[in-house]
Design a protein around this ligand. Structure first.
Ligand SMILES: Cc1cc2nc3c(=O)[nH]c(=O)nc-3n(C[C@H](O)[C@H](O)[C@H](O)COP(=O)(O)OP(=O)(O)OC[C@H]3O[C@@H](n4cnc5c(N)ncnc54)[C@H](O)[C@@H]3O)c2cc1C
Length: 455
């Protein structure tokens, strides 16, 4: 029973790990020269720095340990788990850094009195006709709903930067059902948005403690630890998968360059790539699914990490900048304030993020121009010029973050339903961008093909 896993990001690695545990023969094919995909730790100013994801949620929505924590435990890294020293970020509005108002869900307020002038909310009436905010199967753009109920300022100043910080997307275009499932659930019962937020907050499992965690030394250690436990897996790095075609009861996977292609015969395939390559590879496997998967759009971002000579920063984990403030920088993480293990003498580490879905012109600039821009804007946001960086690094992520449009869940369900039982889809394109969702999707995909092979 040979199974090919396409894509060596955290989703593909989780799938391979599960398949190996279940005794399958696994070939993992990754087009890049390293494993991990958007998990990539490097060294800057004498210590580890994340070029992609920096942390993961430690609990699932039910309050149980998240799939990322399960994976961390399974690969023996529990002792290396650390939590933020500061969890509080600020909003940059009207030339000031203002605390994020309390009692919000991704910026959607549950208490309009707590907004404290950060955004003016339109008074909310009960929903027309006495119906709940959302119909039973209905989905909507988060920003569209917030704008309609509470006005533009709440959407633009609070919700858009919070969602933009995760998806590099615009709140108006992002599905409520996917990005805020708890709020979507209460919006199907409640008549006001504020009421729906309160109900969603009240339904949260009681838990204290940090929401996010990471690994000392970087998330790259998680990638290595998973890879180290893939004994027996045929690991093929630097080889793009070019096509998947039916062959008898199984599949023929073609890898490598057009000039020198190689084929791998297998019984099942886990496709753990982003949507664009997945859609291409599904063309001969399930054309309907290929079209559905191919509709998913992506935002591109650039992360500019600045190692500055030590400077005083506010006691914050970072800041979020609403698009309406007119900066190219949309967020900044004060790495060594947020993570005690990243502190190093004489250096202040800040990572800025640039690029928003639908407005990615800023990414056409050269790396030195992006460094200058990020450095100058960070100084403006902090209200004082900053010393020149000792070291800097620009990491571009083209097609980085999926933009789940309303109706995404139905499209994914239809795509999965039309894919043969010995092919499974995993990754951020389907079930959520967070590392736990990706890990879980890899495990579920592995189980699905194993079941498909035995049934
Ligand atoms: C800048 C940034 C910051 C983030 N921060 C966080 C965070 O702090 N916390 C969090 O939980 N999440 C974060 N995320 C999201 C999270 O990192 C990703 O959603 C997740 O890592 C995606 O994993 P994946 O395996 O599904 O996809 P990827 O990591 O994209 O891996 C897919 C792999 O498939 C390979 N591939 C593509 N096509 C082919 C082909 N034809 N043949 C072979 N291989 C192929 C690619 O080279 C890649 O290695 C962040 C994402 C970005 C971009």
């Amino acid at each position: 029973m040979r199974i090919v896993v396409v894509g060596g990001g955290i989703s593909g690695l989780a799938a391979a790990q599960r398949l190996v545990e279940r005794g399958a023969e696994v070939v993992l094919v990754e087009q890049g020269s390293r494993l991990g995909g958007k998990l990539h730790t490097t060294e800057i100013a004498g210590g580890p720095v994340e070029l992609g994801a920096e942390a993961f949620a430690v609990r699932d929505p039910q309050g149980n340990p998240s799939a990322a924590i399960e994976l961390v435990n399974a690969v023996g890294l529990a002792d290396s788990l650390v939590y933020p020293a500061i969890g509080k970020a600020a909003l940059a509005v009207d030339g000031q850094l203002r605390p994020m108002p309390a009692g919000t869900l991704m910026g959607v307020p549950g208490d309009l009195d707590a907004l404290d002038g950060v955004a003016a909310a339109a008074p909310e009436r009960d929903h027309d006709g006495g119906r709940p905010l959302l119909g039973p199967e209905e989905d909507t753009g988060v920003g569209v709903l917030v704008r309609r109920r509470l006005g533009d300022e709440v959407a633009d100043r609070l919700v858009d930067p919070m969602l933009g910080g995760v998806y590099a997307g615009r709140a108006d275009h992002l599905s409520l059902a996917v990005t805020m499932p708890a709020l979507a659930a209460t919006a199907r019962r409640e008549h006001t948005l504020v009421g729906a937020v309160r109900a969603a907050l009240a339904a949260r499992p009681a838990s204290s403690g940090p929401i996010f965690g990471t690994i000392v030394g970087g998330v790259g250690r998680l990638v290595s630890a998973v890879a180290d436990r893939l004994g027996g897996v045929d690991l093929r790095l630097g080889l793009p998968v070019r096509s998947i075609t039916p062959a008898g009861a199984g599949w023929q996977v073609t890898v490598g360059s057009t000039r020198d292609p190689e084929t791998i015969a297998c019984d099942a395939v886990v496709l753990a790539t982003p949507a664009t390559p997945a859609a291409r590879l599904l063309a001969e496997v399930a054309p309907g699914a290929s079209t559905l998967v191919g509709t998913l759009d992506y935002a591109s971002v650039a992360l500019v990490t600045l190692a500055l000579p030590e400077v005083e920063l506010p006691e914050l984990s970072g800041l979020l900048v609403p698009a309406t403030e007119g900066y190219a920088v949309k967020a900044a993480t004060f790495f060594d304030r947020k993570w005690a293990h990243m502190r190093r003498p004489g250096v202040t580490l800040v990572r800025t993020s640039l690029g928003r879905y639908g407005d990615e012109r800023v990414l056409q600039r050269s790396d030195p121009e992006l460094v200058d821009l990020a450095h100058a804007e960070l100084g403006q946001l902090l209200g004082r010029p900053l010393p020149a960086p000792i070291e800097s690094r620009v990491q571009r992520w083209g097609g980085a973050l999926p933009q789940y449009a309303p109706g995404h869940l139905e499209r994914v369900a239809s795509a999965r339903a039309s894919v043969p039982a010995t092919v499974a889809l995993a990754g951020a394109a389907y079930d959520g961008v967070g590392i736990p969702a990706c890990v879980r999707s890899g495990w579920v995909a592995a189980d699905r093909v194993l079941e498909g092979l035995t049934s």
